[in-house]
Write a protein that binds this ligand. Structure first.
Ligand code: G3P
Ligand code: CA
Length: 222
């Protein structure tokens, strides 16, 4: 069972911060899941929401702010929004990363930063924007990609096969044993998200998934 720390290890430190990634490293996760967006000046940062309002002292959309402006907007505890480079540096050689592309248009810049940083731990690129995964597949035939889904579809695996993904990440509320079996039959690796309660984790383990994404990755049995 793969243990994936959601937004680093968001149950233990402010989500998507370096502290959260470092906590995921301490917990020896297999992958730290990180949300990726671009600033107005096309710098990649690790941040979940389109707007900064919920998590920082500021207001406005990430895409409308320069990196310099964004870095002034601290989170509670004085944490700053990390760049993708900083996040990779914290994980390098210690844990893999699952980079979720939160908006379209990030495939090339993400690949560029991965290459320039010399990141050598495992990488999975995830997205709800499945065309982005297809684009990545064309650029990097050997990449690990994960198509995200919040639904139980009539054609269970077509969405991921269309995207030429290697993995799927399905909201655990949408998963059933037949659904997991159908995804496996199609050759896909199956992760469930975001599973935090011990009883839910136990239930999802029983469905036969290959990995679990959790704010509390240490609750996931190995
Ligand atoms: O990894 C899947 C999960 O992170 C997707 O949902 O909203 O937490 O980014 P969200
Ligand atoms: Ca995410």
């Amino acid at each position: 069972m793969l243990r994936i720390g959601h937004r680093g290890a968001a149950g233990y430190a402010p989500e998507n911060t370096l502290a959260s990634i470092k906590k995921a490293v301490t917990l020896k996760v297999d992958f730290a899941e990180l949300d990726i967006q671009a600033t107005k000046d096309r710098q990649l940062v690790i941040f979940h929401d389109r707007r900064v309002d919920r998590l920082t002292i500021g207001k406005g959309a990430v895409e409308d702010m320069s990196l310099t402006d964004l870095r002034r907007l601290t989170l509670p505890g004085g944490h700053v929004i990390p760049t993708l480079e900083e996040g990779l540096k914290a994980a390098e050689g210690k844990v893999g990363v699952m980079l979720e592309l939160k908006v379209p248009g990030l495939v090339e810049p993400v690949l560029d930063i991965l290459k320039r940083s010399g990141f050598s731990s495992p990488v999975i690129v995830a997205s709800f924007f499945h065309e982005e995964l297809l684009r990545l597949r064309r650029l990097q035939p050997a990449a690990q990609t994960l198509a995200l889904l919040v639904a139980s579809l009539v054609q269970p695996a077509a969405f991921a096969l269309d995207a030429k993904a290697t993995h799927v990440g399905v909201a655990f509320e949408s998963l059933s044993k037949p659904y997991v079996d159908a995804l496996h039959k199609a050759g896909l690796t199956v992760f469930a998200f975001t599973v935090n309660e011990p009883a839910d984790i136990q239930q999802v383990v029983g469905l036969g998934v290959d990995g679990i994404i959790s704010d509390f990755p240490d609750r996931i049995p190995k």
